[in-house]
Write a protein that binds this ligand. Structure first.
Ligand code: CA
Length: 236
């Protein structure tokens, strides 16, 4: 049911509805904001995988919003497509300066929209499918299910979200703070130690399958998920 999550930032209700319709039909999860200010508030929670931003917004403009997000470590690498009206093309250069990844000129077809989204997600290495896999691990995001070696495994909701995050963004070191922000959300106040607790639980869950070592502690920095590319090992 669910692929990547997309945040639409567009003040015109009609266009928002059209976008939501097209995106949901293609199985994306959709969130909406009418203004940049509203979007900034929403981005305090769990981050979407991609932003669709209208250029002309009341208050902070779409370009200024992107510029602001690029300065923040957490949102610096958030894929963003700008929606422009005909005639704004001459300003595109300015848009690219701000860190916009791509442009779509209204009116555009749903087909073009989906093609651009797919291409951009691929460029950022976001796994755009219902299934996340690494070796013997497989997560079905639609079913909200983890399978190891083809067997469905019981997993707590936080460990699930943590593992989903790691599978989407493997091989990179994340500090406890970054994990809190990305997995728990910025407006949630929990101690950094909480991260350790859930990392420990995740490792314990993976231990019988020999992949607990994929969840690595990086001394003084945080954690990294490094799935091995070697063939799957048995669970017994
Ligand atoms: Ca507008």
């Amino acid at each position: 049911m669910s692929k990547a999550t997309i945040l639409i930032i567009e003040d015109e209700a009609e266009i928002r509805e059209m976008l939501r319709f097209s995106l949901e039909r293609a199985d994306y999860r959709v969130h909406e904001a009418e203004t940049a200010e509203q979007a900034l508030e929403k981005l305090q929670g769990r981050l979407p995988d991609l932003l669709l931003v209208d250029w002309m917004l009341p208050g902070i403009s779409g370009v200024d919003l992107i510029r602001r997000l690029r300065r923040d470590e957490l949102t610096a690498n958030l894929p963003a497509i700008m929606l422009t009206a005909r005639g704004e093309e001459t300003d595109k250069l300015n848009g690219f300066d701000s860190g916009v990844d791509d442009f779509l000129t209204k009116p555009f077809s749903p087909k073009e929209l989906l093609a651009r989204i797919k291409a951009l997600l691929r460029r950022y290495g976001v796994q755009d499918s219902e299934q996340l896999t690494a070796g013997i691990l497989s997560m079905d995001l639609g079913q909200h299910q983890l399978s190891i070696n083809g067997t469905v495994i019981e997993i707590g909701p936080t460990e699930y979200r943590l593992l989903e995050f790691f599978l989407k963004k493997p091989n990179r070191v994340y500090s406890r703070e970054q994990l809190l922000d990305s997995v728990w959300g910025r407006n949630v106040y929990v101690e950094e130690r909480t991260v350790d607790v859930h990392i420990l639980r995740l490792r314990k869950l993976l231990t019988p399958f020999g992949c607990d070592s994929w969840v690595q502690t990086v001394r003084g920095a945080g954690y990294r998920f490094t799935p091995e590319t070697v063939p799957a090992q048995g669970s017994n």
